[in-house]
Design a binder for this molecule. Structure first.
Ligand SMILES: Cc1ncc(C[n+]2csc(CCOP(=O)(O)OP(=O)(O)O)c2C)c(N)n1
Ligand SMILES: [Mg+2]
Length: 320
């Protein structure tokens, strides 16, 4: 699909929505308003945005413990997400899941997941179902550099490869698995090299350039839709925050962190839009204002929503 003005401006709005949702979440978490664990995606917004721009509501994604960006980019509703983070009855999972367990099957969001690497076999299964039912759907499977060391990764890529399944594996290489730097947890530089072991294409792309992510993944989804099977796309990026909120991230090199922050994907796209004459600075300010208002309304919704009641503790837990 052509990268029109509308599409590029849409990329900006999605990335800015993710950033604003997450910055607000950091603030609310620090204020003690959000229970449980929260893992933020700040700095990695271009990946989810560029990938999901290739997908329709009838296509699927699997997400991770760091999933807010994937959900927003796939069309997840920020008010229901914020209510879920608050543990309120109006949230996506009626307050029983929290940040790491948000799903919206109607939008093709097969779930965030607290188990590292668990999305890979789910994505492979969804791709098998799509092929079996000839639905034409494709699947995007998000996971981290750490998750590419799991057995689930190897099993999933192998099965997807031999069965020629319509799934694109998206490795978000933010260079860390908790405090463990990629240089120490694997002996290769490019995770895309792993694709060759399964006889599928493997591509590494600048994960902080939304257009590069979009174009690399467009090619992979085209292959998947044409029945040519899976691909592995590695997006090199950086997580700005600690592994979870509350982790000071002292194991990171401050100079490396500063270098990556200079590569912030959002001002990068804003500059591109301004240089192309697609928007003016006041228009960007206006978009940012509208996004802040939308996230503010989501927080209001969450705060004014009721808590779940004890009588509901077992509802939706078992399926008959
Ligand atoms: C099976 C499993 N093992 C260990 C953990 C603990 N854990 C949570 S996140 C994480 C690191 C994941 O790193 P990566 O896949 O690179 O994702 P990132 O956090 O960088 O986005 C680990 C080991 C877990 N949740 N599940
Ligand atoms: Mg990582």
């Amino acid at each position: 699909m052509e990268l029109t003005k509308e599409r590029l401006v849409g990329f900006y709005q999605t990335m800015a929505t993710i950033r604003t949702f997450e910055s607000k979440t950091a603030e609310l978490f620090a204020a003690g308003k959000i229970p449980g664990f929260v893992h933020l995606y700040i700095g990695e917004e271009a990946v989810a945005t560029g990938v999901c721009a290739n997908l329709a509501d009838t296509d699927f994604i699997t997400s991770t413990h760091r999933g807010h960006g994937h959900l927003i980019a796939k069309g997840g509703k920020v008010d229901l997400m914020m209510a879920e983070l608050y543990g309120k009855a109006t949230g996506y999972c009626k307050g029983k899941g929290g940040s790491m367990h948000i799903a919206d099957v109607g939008l093709g969001i097969l779930g965030a997941n607290g188990i590292v690497g668990a999305g890979q076999p789910i994505a492979t299964g969804a791709a098998f179902a799509a092929k079996y039912k000839k639905s034409g759907a494709v699947v995007a499977c998000f996971f981290g550099d750490g998750a590419s060391n799991r057995g689930t990764f190897h099993e999933s890529l192998n099965l997807a490869s031999i069965w020629n399944l319509p799934v694109v594996f998206i490795c978000e290489n933010n260079m860390y698995g908790i405090s463990y730097c990629q240089r120490e947890h694997m002996n290769i530089c490019d995770i895309s090299d792993r694709a060759s072991a399964y006889g599928i294409p493997g591509v590494t792309v600048d994960g902080n350039d939304v257009v590069a992510v979009y174009e690399a993944t467009a090619e992979a989804f085209k292959r998947a839709r044409n029945g040519d099977g899976p691909s592995l796309i590695e997006c090199k990026t950086w997580r700005w925050r600690g592994h979870f909120e509350g982790d000071p991230g002292t194991y990171k090199d401050p100079a490396e962190q500063a270098e990556w922050i200079k590569k912030d994907p959002i001002p990068r796209l804003a500059k591109r839009l301004l240089d192309l004459g697609y928007v003016t600075q006041p228009e960007i300010d206006q978009m940012n204002g509208a996004i802040a208002a939308k996230i503010g309304a989501a927080v209001q919704f969450a705060e004014s929503s009721p808590n779940p009641v004890p009588e509901d503790v077992l509802t939706d837990v078992y399926a008959n």
